[in-house]
Design a protein around this ligand. Structure first.
Ligand code: GTP
Ligand code: MG
Length: 344
């Protein structure tokens, strides 16, 4: 890829859906991690962020993703909680998204937070695909570890295949009741007018190659222009969490969705009473494939470009709040940016 192409912004993919339908498990499958094991009762209680490089996507997707066909650097996944009490966090995750995966348990179908997620996606006009998860729980299912889903479906008994198809058509029907024309992803020609359904299993990895391939295809095809921003311009982001970090005091876990942030940059952060103006002391970047929520070995870097998860260390962050905007000040009067942050 040429220098210009490399400045394409990483698309942000929000993962939304009802509690326990398998959002974190799907991301664990992609990361090769076990974040779910650190969660009390396997309930996600915060928004997470994980950068997945194009090389990893093409490794997982095999023949379905040829890295030479893409000039996006990868995808930034945002994990959200499905438990009903975290609606603010779901809305926040949805607002950050360029594209989304709605995770639906094939056996459980649409549930209250599935509908809530659909409302968020409608409101924010975010294009999405549906991951019909847990296909391995279909009675009589014969697992094919990490296989593309059509191959795996063809290898099932007629009985298991038709049980799964029934469950999938149920989901397609529920989408249509909610005003979305939908079909199995391999039959969808126009992803702008139709929602693609991807049968997957976070447990066996079946369909995960397809899920990543569809996301990359959609991002490349429909969002390339939106991604062609100046990733070296002044950054903008959202605070996920305010956390103590040993040796740094209070720090901000941020999703940077625009531009860049550098060490020593002046930043404005939404605070309890008024915006905080401070200066970046250190930028701590999670390793590729690490979940920022659980990462322990951050790398200190001089600059971070959108989209990315980054921990920002700076003085005076005691009054910073989760959900607040973060803005980098460069070639603009500080007072102007403070006003903008106040208005957000
Ligand atoms: P919240 O974040 O709390 O909304 O839940 P979640 O959507 O992240 O679900 P999570 O990944 O925590 O999974 C919930 C349960 O379903 C766990 O016990 C997982 O092991 C199980 N699970 C997830 N995906 C699959 C799957 O594909 N097959 C099977 N059999 N179980 C799964
Ligand atoms: Mg979760």
């Amino acid at each position: 890829a040429s220098g210009e192409e490399q400045s394409l912004r990483t698309p942000i993919v929000a993962v939304l859906g009802h509690v326990d339908h398998g959002k974190t498990s799907l991301l664990d499958r992609v990361r090769g991690s076990a974040v779910i094991e650190g969660e009390a009762g396997a309930i996600t209680q915060h928004i997470g962020a994980t950068a997945v490089p194009l090389e990893t996507i093409s490794e997982i997707s095999g023949a379905l993703v040829n890295p030479d066909d893409f000039d996006l650097p990868g995808l930034l996944f945002i994990d959200t909680p499905g438990h009903h009490s975290f609606s603010t966090l779901r809305a926040r995750g949805g607002a950050l998204a360029d594209i989304a995966i709605l995770v639906v348990d094939v056996n459980d179908g649409f549930q209250p937070q599935t509908l809530e997620a659909i409302d968020i996606l409608k409101r924010t006009q975010t294009p999405f695909i549906v991951a019909a998860n847990k296909v391995d729980t279909t009675p009589g299912w014969n697992p094919n570890e990490n296989s593309p889903i059509q191959q795996s479906m063809e290898a099932q008994s007629d009985r298991a295949e038709s049980r799964l198809n029934e469950a999938l058509y149920e989901i397609i029907g529920q989408l249509s009741e909610n005003d979305f024309s939908a079909d199995m992803y391999w039959r969808v020609r126009d992803f702008q007018g139709n929602v693609g359904v991807v049968p997957v299993s976070a447990m066996t990895g079946e369909g995960v190659p397809d899920l990543l391939a569809v996301l990359m295809g959609l991002s490349q095809r429909y969002m390339k222009e939106a991604m062609a921003i100046d990733v070296t311009g002044p950054g903008a982001g959202t605070v996920l969490e305010v956390k103590d970090e040993r040796g740094f005091g209070k720090t901000l876990d941020v999703v940077l969705y625009d531009g860049s942030v550098r060490t020593d940059d002046t930043i404005v952060v939404g605070g309890l009473n008024e915006p905080i103006v401070t200066q970046v002391r250190a930028l701590l970047q999670p390793r590729p494939l690490a979940e920022i929520r659980t990462e322990k070995q951050f790398e200190k870097v001089p600059e971070v470009r959108a989209a990315a998860g980054v921990k920002i260390a700076a003085p005076d962050l005691d009054d910073a709040i989760a959900g607040a905007p973060v803005r980098v000040v460069r070639d603009q009067p500080v007072a102007e940016v403070v006003e903008e942050v106040q208005a957000e």
